[in-house]
Design a protein around this ligand. Structure first.
Ligand code: FES
Length: 297
């Protein structure tokens, strides 16, 4: 399933490398870890990797320098940033350099696996075919009424500065989510690269790449929630609903998404269902909360 994807983890904290190695190897990835960006460059000069997870703050050569180097020397490599306290500015700069995603430290195994899966899907992308055929295929995935609406939205915003976010918001309203086919139509329509659009979609938590259930559960894996054992709540949700993160229940009633901070850290651990916030959630409270929604409608 992972097609022997080769992943390089670059971080000056050995513990981060160790945990990435154990979590990702268990998922079948071929993982190597290095403690500095300089070592990573030397290694990658000799040997390509499919995906690089890199820290941003490292002594001597920092992560942004490594990302710029990879973009120039190994442009086909996917990049995911793992970082402690990222400023919006640093993350934006990394996104502009075409990283696929970022995962804040400390991260849970679930969050790491989720990011790795999304990055690998993105790297694999659709098989290379001729551009016209690819364009037709993307459009075939959507009903004509949706396509017409999307085309109308793109025409309305084309050539205007800052148009990608409103266009993506409208497309998400039309389709319900933003699968790769929609992202590519938007990218082509606005004259941007699919990587530009993908970076925006992964950066803003209000965008989703997966279909959602009638009730979407967003559970926070940010630091404050993590230390208050949010992972146990997430496991209980996944067990009770019999789905993984990013999936929808068979009856289409619930979906689960993870987010990095819901801005309510004082209430940790926090989850939000639709627009309702639940603080200090415990695994024990999960069945009662879910029951509220089972009787709704
Ligand atoms: S870390 Fe969970 S709400 Fe901020």
């Amino acid at each position: 399933m992972t097609d022997n994807m080769k992943i390089l983890v670059v971080d000056d904290e050995p513990i981060v490398i160790k945990s990435c190695e154990s979590v990702l190897r268990a998922e079948g990835y071929n993982v190597e870890g290095l403690l500095s960006a300089r070592e990573a460059m030397l290694k990658m000069e000799k040997q390509p990797f499919d995906l690089v997870f890199t820290d941003l703050k490292m002594p001597e050569v920092d992560g942004l320098t490594l990302i710029r180097w990879i973009r120039k020397e190994r442009p086909d490599t996917g990049i995911v940033v793992i970082t402690g306290y990222p400023s919006q500015e640093t993350i934006k700069e990394a996104l502009e350099l075409g990283i696929i995603d970022y995962v804040p430290k400390p991260f849970t195994p679930v969050a790491l696996i989720d990011v790795a899966k999304r990055a690998v899907d993105w790297i694999k992308g659709p098989p290379a075919v001729d551009k016209e055929k690819e364009k037709e295929k993307e459009r075939e995935e959507l009903p004509p009424s949706m396509l017409n609406e999307i085309d109308r939205v793109i025409d309305q915003y084309k050539g205007k500065a800052g148009s990608s976010i409103p266009v993506l918001q409208r497309c998400q309203e039309i389709v319900g989510y933003l699968p790769p086919s929609v992202q590519k139509i938007v990218a082509r329509g606005l004259g941007l690269t699919p990587a530009d659009i993908h970076s925006i979609v992964s950066f803003y938590s209000f965008f989703t790449m997966k279909p959602r259930g009638d009730h979407n559960i967003r559970i926070c894996l940010g630091t404050a929630c993590y230390v208050k054992r949010v992972e146990e709540v997430l496991n209980k949700l996944m067990t009770d609903l019999k789905i993984d993160v990013g999936e929808v229940t068979e009856d289409k009633k619930f979906s689960i998404e993870t987010v990095r901070c819901l801005g309510a850290c004082g209430l940790a651990p926090v989850m939000v269902i639709d627009d309702e916030t639940y603080g200090a959630v415990t695994p024990k409270k999960v069945p009662d909360i879910l029951r509220e929604y089972a009787v709704k409608e």
